[in-house]
Design a protein around this ligand. Structure first.
Ligand code: HAM
Length: 429
């Protein structure tokens, strides 16, 4: 038997219904804030990701040489592709340009619960507006998406990478050495970060100051201890978030992010119910465009770990309503099959989800099947009724049966079924 590759998943129809539902919820929220969808290739030139994404991403990349000898990589994320697309084709769009995307990403990581080699990101990038309100707009979008997803417990932590970067710079750390140190600080591996900072020539006092910064969390007032332009900017972002009504956001100067390209605001969202892989969203502001041959444009964005949100929802006991079929049509004899198909087509044409017997089963087995697929109503096409231009309509939940004229079937069914159940994933908020 051929197994699927490690770190990949198949999705059952029930799982796909849940996934599509969350995806639609996210699309809807993004559209409400004026973001528009883009799509980019699943693979790109490796260089796109090696330029600025940082050592973690490069180590984990699915890179290979294609038949033309080019180095190609499956995308590990979508920010660099979105910026490449912007530089090559979208610079003439009015700004700010508000984009969102949904798609697979690939990282050669050690698979575990919530960490896959193929996973999905739902993300957004706001391009061209270098103001705190732009950052607040994307943080607000992430917050609204999470709220609408139905997730109950999560924490949005926002920092500014400038606080740490400027400290490292002032301590004389050369630019090439900063990413490796920041990676260790991101994971709070201080016993490895400290010797690296010592080797970079930092004094013990400054090293401890850096450690203290990465442990600073809380309300906006914690910024008073770290005066400077980065703190001022962060304060303004929080003011806008407050005006929008987002209060479940806290300052965390220890947010460093695993990717190297951030230069301003950085933020992460954790869902504690997920344990080790609890980060469900990450983002921040950056300028990547000039690296891809364009002018320097300020951008800010985030990506939600789509699979992790679903996992967190499941762990919180969230039950998405299933999508039952509305009607199941059963012809009682071969001669009545054409009529059954005709009625099926008429119902489907009216947007009523309808299934029909394709297995030539007996009535008993057909009713069992209708129950198994959770049909709400069954249309029984029988000889006697057909001769009177009618069919039998049976409600599977009550067992009640009525005779309905063929031409009244669509109207009668529409009155009985809850069409609204289909396609709704039932976020609690
Ligand atoms: P990231 O933090 O590397 O950021 O990924 C975003 C989210 O993707 C993570 O918070 C996590 O939920 C999810 N994720 C990452 N790796 C895996 C995995 N192996 N399995 C399942 N989920 C995973 C970015 O990718 C940036 N491009 C975000 C961004 C957009 N920044 C600015 N704009």
């Amino acid at each position: 038997m051929i197994q699927r590759p490690r770190g990949t998943r198949d999705f059952t129809p029930q799982e796909m219904e849940k996934r599509r539902c969350l995806e639609e919820t996210f699309r809807h929220v993004a559209a409400l804030q004026g973001f528009r969808e883009i799509s980019t290739p699943i693979f790109e030139h490796t260089e796109l990701f090696t330029i600025k994404s940082g050592p973690n991403v490069v180590e984990e990349m699915y890179a290979f040489e294609d038949k033309g000898g080019r180095s190609i990589s499956l995308r590990p994320e979508l920010t660099a592709p979105a910026m490449r697309f912007f530089v090559t084709d979208l610079t003439n769009y009015p700004r700010p340009l508000k984009l969102f995307y949904f798609g697979q990403c690939f990282r050669y990581e050690r698979p575990q619960s919530g960490r896959y080699r193929e996973f999905y990101q739902f993300g957004a990038e706001l391009i061209g507006a270098p103001n705190p309100e732009s950052d607040a707009e994307v943080i607000g979008l992430a917050a609204s998406m999470l709220k609408r997803s139905g997730l109950q417990n999560y924490l949005i932590r926002v920092g500014h990478i400038g606080v740490l970067r400027s400290k490292l710079q002032a301590a004389g750390v050369v630019q090439e050495k900063a990413p490796a140190i920041l990676q260790k600080l991101d994971k709070k591996i201080y016993d490895e970060a400290r010797p690296m900072m010592e080797a970079a020539g930092m004094s013990p006092g400054v090293i401890e100051e850096i450690v203290r910064i990465t442990q600073t969390t809380g309300a906006i007032a914690v910024l008073d201890d770290f005066p400077g332009p980065a703190s001022d900017y962060l304060r303004e972002v929080f003011n806008v978030l407050q005006a929008y009504g987002f209060t479940n956001v806290q300052v965390d100067l220890g947010v460093v992010r695993g990717l190297d390209y951030y230069s301003g605001i950085v933020f992460e969202v954790d869902a504690p119910v997920l344990g080790a892989e609890k980060q469900i969203c990450g983002g921040g502001s950056y300028t990547l465009t000039e690296l891809f041959g364009g002018e320097r444009v300020f951008s800010t964005g985030f990506a939600i770990g789509f699979d992790r949100i679903l996992l967190a929802l499941e762990r919180e006991g969230f039950k998405a309503p299933e999508s039952p079929i509305s009607v199941y049509v059963i012809p009682v004899s071969d001669a009545l099959r054409p009529l059954a198909f005709e009625l099926t087509a008429a119902l489907r044409a009216e947007d009523i989800s309808t299934d029909v017997d394709l297995m030539r089963r007996s009535m008993g087995k057909n009713l069992k099947y209708a129950d198994a697929v959770r049909a709400q109503l069954v249309v029984i096409v029988g000889e006697k009724e057909a001769s009177q231009g009618a069919v039998t309509l049976r409600d599977l939940s009550t067992g009640e049966q009525v005779l309905v004229k063929k031409e009244e079937l669509v109207g009668t069914i529409k009155r009985r079924i809850d069409i609204g159940v289909r396609g709704r994933c039932g976020g609690k908020n």
